[in-house]
Design a protein around this ligand. Sequence first.
Ligand code: DAH
Length: 369
Amino acid sequence: MENIEKLKEELSAGILAAGDIKSLEEVRVAISGKKGKITELMKGLGALPLEEKIEMGKKLNFLKNDLEKMLEQRKSELEEKELNAKLASEYIDVTQPVRPEVQGRIHPVSKIYEEVVAIFGEMGFDVAEGPDIEDQFHNFSALNMPENHPARQMHDTFYLADDANKDFDMDSSYVIRTHTSPVQIRTMENKRPPIRIIAPGRTYRSDYDATHTPMFHQIEGLVIDKNITMAHLKGCLYDFIKAFFELDEIPVRYRPSYFPFTEPSAEMDIGCLKTKTELKIGAGTDWLEILGCGMVHPNVLKAGGINPDEYQGFAFGLGLDRLAMLKYGIPDLRTFFESDVRWLKHYGFTPLDISSMTGGLSNNGGLAR
Ligand code: DAH
């Protein structure tokens, strides 16, 4: 009897002392495994006289049951403990900002590009593209700038070397495009009206100062349909400029101008306040030139294979980099292309801020930064 009580104390102390599931299992094997303490004792019962055997057998069975219950309970305690430890170590606070912090930034030019596409996309414009290396027919002649036209001199063109074996033909010799306007011609060649496209892309001119770089970006716009008038041009660009600067009202004026590929031609100015230290769009009495536009010249429609007696259209061209400088207050264009990560970190945008007309364009409430 005494021995059994002692044994119980000893074995239950072992159960309680087991600190994890693995050592608890070892304790269990030591108690009731094939060579366990209780198993051995039960095996020894056979040698006892009948009365004692019955008595002892009962006690051992009770002891075994008790110990099994304790083992069971200890097991569930330890399982819970281990689960809690696992939960604590794998805990993720989903309200915390992402770590490591996102490092990449979207370049302001890409951002402006997305914004402009979002605005015109909602107006039903498609995005069109053309090659950077362009023949002189598309870059000049088809845009109503025939050979020797003085307007060709307005662009500081990068000409590509001509193939020495080829008979010299100005129209088929190459330049790197000086503007995105050749995409107008390429679109007309490939698509029947109605046409409503914007063509964003890289453009090149031999120029370099704080507001000019040899490579820059433009967006061309072209709308062609029956009965298109200057009123459509004005309404479209007015809506665009308000959406772009994220303002309800902006004073706008159209100044007569000259582009060979439009007639009449105009430049659009927006009202602003210019001081020595800041430029405030939409307020004040100063004017800022923002883009060139006009009604597509009949010769341009003809060059694109469209009958000018049946169709009219309007076109516009704007400098993407200049828009970025204005909207985000970046003073020097040359810094755009220096690939300085400190600059990009300061002026760039996080990739998660996607421009949309419903979700917000710049995600910074407009002009302030
Ligand atoms: N292509 C012109 C330039 O680079 C910009 C331009 C002006 C485009 C008026 C147009 C337009 O489509 O109508 O200076």
